[in-house]
Design a protein around this ligand. Structure first.
Ligand code: SAH
Length: 391
């Protein structure tokens, strides 16, 4: 492609390397997990997904226990997170008893959707169901219907709780460099000196992206922008505004301060992003300030808050104590303590991962607060973003 038509944007390079239908990394490998290229929190500890399951139940209760909801996960990886959430839903079935729950997974990788199907349904799925916009459907081991889609737009409208864990960091970014002549876009090209090697170059003039995506008040010299993340957040915000629900986004990222974060992972080691495209995971930090801007007006936002604070507020310490008390052997106890440390230690995943939420405005502020401040009971706090009050 580069030989035929010249340099491409980093976004186009990333999209091809990750999701090209024949050669993309997620299409062919999708190496999440210990035996893959990178490990994620739900793969480290069941407690992570359990606490997220509790978050949804808590929000469902705070929003008046609607009689139906969809759990919609973007980029479900191996399906472990959904599996842990559904186990919590099963354990709390007496609370959820009158609620009609369905699961909707947005996944582009055929390989990972197969792994998810085995994990969640035992492999009993129906491909291309005629009556649905989904490309696959099945029933979870706990009896909940599950549907698979390639795009969020295919998911039916309705009251929904959305989840995106380590999803936005996999979406293509544009990279920009400030120069003496103004902003230039970073492009990927073939190195003319070394056959078979790629290199970064700067666009000779401004590109449509430099004009559309750089804010006039920008102070950094190097900026990464992920327009696809912006579009998806706008869609989530519109759906939540119209049909109700909430979205929980968890990822590594920053609040509009970092510069060059584009990197690759292969076999749990950093990998040169330009070498052997399609064989390594490519990723960039999520800019939460950009997501907040994209949601603005339609929904309220909370966070980003550090993973260790969110999980502490959700009661991870209490859950760990219960699991430790219930486990007889030393190996299991050591494993529990080790995975707790991975999730919570500020030098491991505790500080660099963040939680961020989209919520309907009325969830945070009474619509008629100004007029009748004393007529309503106070709104319950949003779990995870405030300190947990144990009664
Ligand atoms: N949430 C999981 C997996 C994270 S890896 C976990 O935490 O373990 C990223 C996931 O997003 C993979 O499932 C990948 O196939 C999927 N993905 C990447 N780009 C996508 C896109 N454009 N649309 C839908 N899914 C995508």
């Amino acid at each position: 492609k580069l030989r035929a038509s010249g340099p491409v944007t980093v976004a186009e390079y990333m999209r091809e390397a990750l999701t090209n239908p024949g050669q993309g990394y997620y299409t062919r490998r999708g190496g999440v997990g210990e035996s893959g290229d990178f490990i994620t929190s739900p793969e480290i500890s069941q407690v992570f997904g359990e606490l997220i399951g509790i978050w949804y139940i808590s929000e469902w209760m705070a929003m008046g226990k609607p009689n139906t909801f969809q759990l919609v996960e973007l980029g479900p990886g191996r399906g472990t997170l959904t599996e842990d959430i559904l186990r919590v839903f099963k354990q709390l079935s007496s609370v959820l008893s009158k609620c009609d729950v369905s699961v909707h997974l947005v996944e582009v990788s055929p390989k990972l959707s197969e792994i998810q199907a085995v994990m969640l349904t035992g492999g009993k799925v129906q491909p291309n169901p005629e009556d649905e916009s989904a490309y696959m459907k099945g029933i979870s081991k706990t009896g909940i219907p599950i549907f698979w889609y390639r795009d969020i737009q295919d998911v039916p409208s309705g009251y929904s709780f959305y989840l995106a864990h380590e999803f936005f960091d996999a979406l293509p970014i544009h990279k920009f460099q400030r120069t003496e002549k103004g902003w230039r876009e970073v492009l990927v090209d073939i190195d003319p000196e070394v056959p078979g090697q790629l290199r970064f170059v700067l666009s000779p003039s401004r590109t449509p992206a430099t004009q559309n995506f750089i804010q006039p008040e920008e102070t950094r010299d190097h900026v990464e922008v992920c327009p696809e993340a912006g579009v998806i957040v706008q869609r989530l915000a519109s759906r939540i505004e119209k049909d109700g629900g909430a979205a929980l986004v968890a990822d590594y990222g920053h609040d509009g301060t970092k510069t060059d974060t584009f990197r690759g992972f292969r076999n749990h080691k950093l990998h040169d992003v330009l070498s052997a495209p399609g064989t390594a995971d490519l990723t960039a930090d999520v800019d939460f300030s950009y997501l907040r801007k994209m949601a603005q007006g339609k929904t309220a936002t909370l966070g980003p808050i550090k993973q260790r604070e969110f999980l502490k507020n959700m009661g991870i310490d209490l859950r760990l104590q219960v699991l430790l008390q219930n486990s007889g052997d030393t190996a299991t106890r050591e494993q529990l303590l080790h995975s707790y440390d991975m999730l919570m230690n500020p030098d491991k995943m505790g500080d660099c991962f963040n939680f961020f939420a989209l919520l309907p405005h009325h969830r945070l502020v009474h619509p008629d607060k100004k007029d009748k401040p004393k007529s309503k009971s106070p709104l319950p706090p949003v779990a995870g973003f405030n300190e947990l009050l144990l009664k």
